[in-house]
Design a protein around this ligand. Sequence first.
Ligand SMILES: Cc1ncc(COP(=O)(O)O)c(C=O)c1O
Length: 464
Amino acid sequence: MTRRPTEKPAARRQKTPNSHAAEGDLNRTPQREEWGRRNIGPEARAILEEDATYFLRQALSTPCLNVLSRCEGIYIQDLQGRRYMDFHGNSVHQVGFGNPRVLRAVKAQLDDLSFCTRRYTNVPAIALAKKLAGITPGDLGKSLFCPSGAAAMGMAIRLARAATGRFKTISMWGAFHGASLDTASVGGQRMFRGDIGPLLPGTEHVPPPDPYRCLWGCGGQCDLRCARVVEYVLEQEGDVAAVIAEPVRSTACIPPPDYWRTVREACDRHGALLIFDEIPQGLGRTGRMFACEHFGVVPDILVLGKGLGGGVLPMAAMVARPALDVMADRALGHYTHEKNPVCCRAALATIQCLEEDGLVERSRTLGERALARMRQMMSRHPLIGDVRGLGLLLAIELVRDRGTQEPASAEAERVMYRALEKGLSFKVTEGNILSLIPPLTITWEKLDHALDIIEECIAAVERR
Ligand SMILES: Cc1ncc(COP(=O)(O)O)c(C=O)c1O
């Protein structure tokens, strides 16, 4: 969507990431209730009520949507036997659900060594750390493992503080890095930061790069002001420990090509580390093993999670440059499951599947095909304001008016629930973005069918 420089931009209704639902769709809307009335039978309803009785409620999950009984390949199946292609999967399902190789490796490891007490090590843990050193870019090469992405981000923040002797960070408004207090502080979503009292001090934020809704009004004539503002803050503060960001957000907002190189150079000039959170997008999602490879930029610390456990087990990792091995006399992670051999075997099997089955390349080629099809859809449907993607990280942004870019949030929710009724599950991010994150094992036929469903649903919503 480039504009000629002389054209005056339309008056845009600026969307801020916080002005809408954040990381996912909300669970207490009239549309959710209506979908439940139509689709949830008595048995599932009773289970959902029990779930709501015994789990604390929270905005993006409990009360839950439905009850699952199986997951396999690209599908999840509910208690009533309905199957849905899962284009959400919490971003854990690069190799598909219940991947036989991952399950075999986990079962074998359970029979062999099922836990590793601290002070001891084990062969799968070392093999995984070695493998990560081999596949991550640049000289990234020393790891620590833990059970969740938020915990791994927490370790990265601690390490950056220790290595630089500084405590301030710069991260992006609208970003999500986990729900713990430290990660909610570097995150930029009110859903996680609001109404919980003081956050971590020194966590500063800048607007994210967003070519579709550029805050600096570049309108297709990008002059990287979004990157220069990062350097401006680095310079003003003079003592920032790290810039922390996802190289590509799950909204599939793809920064301008030189964005990360410019930020990397600014970090180097100002003595700040660069931490990339690739928890959802690493391991092939974007058509490269790691999203940062698209930009030719190597961070000082790379954080992985989600799909690292093969969609079966919780597993996350921080991979740092060897020069950052500076905390030998202090605790850094100290997680009970930091060298869990079963989780490490799951991760090794996952990486093996990605490599042997060519899933990274597949993500790239299928993603390109899907994006081309999404562009055609956009030419037919005014409700679509933007389509974007990198590999099989795909997004369709719905707007009421392409000129003003007014978010079509109610419409996005309607599209999502209609698609569910047709057997396709995905989430809506920031209120109006359809986030499409299929397993990398999907066939083109299934992916094309999923796009058929989305197009039908968009057309139906447009007709209303
Ligand atoms: C970008 C990003 N960072 C961190 C996290 C946190 O990971 P976890 O839920 O494993 O703590 C998430 C989870 O959604 C994420 O998307």
